[in-house]
Design a protein. Sequence first.
Length: 385
Amino acid sequence: MPASDTPAETSAAQPAAEETPAPSGRKKLIGRIAIGVAAVGLVYGIYAFIDYRNNGQYVQSTDDAYVKADGVTVSSKLAGYVRQIGVADNQQVNAGAFLVQIDPTDYSTKLNQAQAQVDVARAAQQATAAGIAEAQASLNQARAALAASQRDLAYYSGEAARYAPLAASGAEPRTQLDQLTSARDKAAADVRAKQAMVEAATAKIATIKAQVQQADAQINSAQATQAAARNDVGTTRIVAPIAGKVGSSAVRLGQYVQPGQRLLTIVPTQAIYVEANFKETQIGLMRPGQPVTMHVDALPDVDFHGVVESITPGTGANFSLIPPQNATGNFTKIVQRVPVRIRINAGEESRKVLVPGLSLTVKVDTKAAKGAIKAIRAEQDQGAK
């Protein structure tokens, strides 16, 4: 019955009627928030697009990058037993620091033998040089005898020429002319003998001088052997060729080493650099001198900075041991990688962390070279004309 509706029931129904507009207000609030978020997203999207057009598209990044250092492998030039080791693993050394001592006994003996050979060669040279003075005295004596014989020949030749017309006219006896003629012929034979003696003495001097030159050559040979032996003795003491840290040491005390055998490696931690392998699609605007930002996994929250130092004149595959041969029918194009060397700016504390072999994430800002595209196009257009 309608009369059964009490005032209490009527008053309870009124609040329910008043709550019906609430969902509509909530929807309006959510709509406004959505519009605000969309507006913020739109603004951020526009900002991100503009930033990408102005800066982001010029930043080239790769995680195929590693810290490197040109380590030097230290080996022995000579064979022998290791008598002393002057360094330990991971020790910092300066250039010229003592590393390993090879037993020098055998090489010192060879040095003494070489010194003895030099002394023998010098003694032979002195003896040969003394023979030159003796041969020169014999030559002077032969020349003096030749001069005396030539005077006798001249005298007897004149006398025979003077007595010949007298003997022919009968003014002088024929026997006197015969005696003078005989004396002249004897003097002529004596002159020829003395000339032969002079020639023999001269040849002897030339022979002795040649022996002196041979002795000089023997001295030079002995001195070269001595220098080689002295160099071997010095080589038994192995020193550090560069400054750095000792790594991968394989030498042990008392070990017998062979020539060329690797003993240890020195890593120049003060001369580390980064080698980043960029895709060929990323190096179009990459140039030496461009700034680089790097992150290393060991310190993920630290930014390291550097500069592009050089770009390898070829892809990594081009310099591999067996370069790929793509002149085949089943060729598949693969994006190539180009190694880029980066000089890293790092202090002493950073170098304690940046050891060779660590991987990095590298970003290169190539914005400075964005005008290169226009220059290349202009160059091509100029060439086409």
